[in-house]
Design a binder for this molecule. Structure first.
Ligand SMILES: Cc1cc2nc3c(=O)[nH]c(=O)nc-3n(C[C@H](O)[C@H](O)[C@H](O)COP(=O)(O)OP(=O)(O)OC[C@H]3O[C@@H](n4cnc5c(N)ncnc54)[C@H](O)[C@@H]3O)c2cc1C
Length: 405
């Protein structure tokens, strides 16, 4: 993989018949260039020096550490997949995944705010006109800022086509009304990408994607959700009441919103999978080190096969999840339809992270249950990876449908 080979293409094809083609047949080569290794090292150092020291406190207080956005922006660790001419890193989802793994290993909650921002920007990367990129993306990327992807509603979660937030055409504007639930970066975003409907009875054919600045009249946010894990991320309701959104802020065609959302999610699932690999890797490392130090019955617990096999199973899952993740990201960067591969990667990596975190707590024994040690946080953080960006049941639905079709 070279950096050049990973540049995000502007075009992609939707031929589902290619979905089951093996990426190995397509010359997927999971080795890193020097530039990619340097980027990964930069992210690793950032996680080590900036994220890890404040992760437990941000988890406890649920205060979003905004200074990290400023630092990440200054060294190019956010907006990675935005083309260079519009102020981003000009790199691919593959590189974004290298960064995701490292940052999420430091704190999945803090990284969640970065991936939610990438999720909010990806519909622009895919569908914005050059004028929209000039007008919306360049100012956004110029400053440290985060975006939000506003899809979920109180009554619309897994069923995307049942969105009720209404965009009513009114001359050069849409009048936007509705509530979005569980929106990551909801209270700190400088740009909302909102999925709305022109007419709920049209279901997926009625969806439209609008870019909404938070300072428009009628935009407000609810209270911060008190979460089990990933507590540093700012998750809130976002409310739109008679908000006048310029038609010029619509991405793609009226009714083209469903395809744009699916395309966006297919691309970004690799980043969520990469975050899961990061959490899994961190939990495995903690368990391995602890097992070597902790003695019972006169020997380190690492000398017992019961513990050794747990660690081996962790390693198998981490390595497999990373390769699946890289494959899905590489396919997105090649402009290949990757819904099958990205669903497999997200599902396997998130389930693996959950299992590895649970087993890491077990390796720590009673200490694993105590907040002074890092593994209980990995367990709480991992759970969300099985739920957002499409639950793992929905990923299995996608995989089985493609398999059976
Ligand atoms: C902390 C957090 C952050 C989030 N951030 C964002 C964000 O930034 N933007 C955003 O838009 N959303 C966000 N979400 C929302 C998240 O994506 C949804 O919660 C998720 O898609 C599931 O929707 P739901 O909660 O309505 O569950 P439901 O869709 O009601 O599902 C409930 C259960 O039923 C299962 N289920 C549903 N349909 C089927 C089916 N056909 N077959 C089998 N099982 C099924 C689900 O898998 C799940 O187990 C976030 C959620 C959380 C908790």
């Amino acid at each position: 993989m070279t950096t050049e080979g990973c540049k995000r293409p502007r075009t992609h094809f939707h031929d589902i018949s290619g979905a089951l083609a093996s990426a190995t047949e397509l010359m997927f080569n999971p080795s890193l260039s020097d530039e990619q290794k340097a980027l990964r090292e930069l992210a690793r150092q950032f996680a080590h020096n900036e994220i890890v020291p404040i992760a437990a406190e941000a988890d406890r207080t649920q205060q979003y550490p905004w200074e990290l956005v400023e630092k990440a922006h200054s060294i190019g660790l956010i907006n990675i997949t935005v083309p260079e001419e519009y102020g981003g890193g000009g790199l691919g989802h593959f590189e974004d995944c290298l960064v995701a793994e490292e940052l999420a290993a430091g704190c999945a909650g803090i990284y969640s705010s970065f991936v939610a921002s990438t999720l909010g920007l990806t519909p622009l990367n895919i569908a914005a006109t050059p004028e929209q990129m000039q007008h919306l993306m360049i100012p956004f990327c110029a400053e440290p800022a985060l975006a939000s992807f506003c899809l979920t509603e109180p009554g619309a979660g897994s069923d995307v086509a049942s969105v009720r937030t209404r965009a009513k055409p009114d001359g050069k504007f849409y009048i936007l009304n509705g509530n979005k639930r569980f929106i990551t970066n909801g209270g700190v975003a400088k740009l909302y990408t909102v999925i709305a409907t022109l007419d709920p009875s049209l279901r997926h054919r009625g969806l439209v994607v609008l870019v909404v600045p938070p300072d428009l009249a009628g935009v407000s946010v609810g209270k911060k959700e008190d979460k089990m894990g990933q507590r540093a991320a700012d998750t809130r309701e976002v409310i739109f009441e008679d908000v006048r959104v310029p038609v010029a802020n619509r991405l793609g065609e009226e009714g083209g919103g469903f395809a744009l959302v699916m395309d966006t999610l297919n691309r970004i699932r690799a980043e969520v999978a990469a975050a899961a690999v990061g959490v899994a890797q961190a939990a495995m490392q903690a368990a391995t080190e602890y097992a070597k130090e902790r003695e019972q019955f006169g020997q380190p617990i690492a000398s017992y096969q019961g513990i050794q096999f747990k660690l081996a199973d962790m390693a198998i899952k981490v390595e497999a999840a990373r390769l699946l993740t890289w494959q899905a990201a590489w396919m997105a960067d090649q402009g290949l339809h990757n819904s099958y591969e990205s669903a497999i990667a997200k599902c396997f990596a998130a389930d693996s992270a959950m299992q590895i975190a649970i087993d890491a707590v077990q390796v720590f024994g009673g200490y694993g249950y105590i907040k002074e040690y890092p593994v209980e946080k990995y367990m709480r953080d991992a759970k969300l990876l099985q739920i957002y960006e499409g639950t793992n049941e929905i990923q299995r639905l996608v995989i089985s449908r493609l398999l059976l079709s």
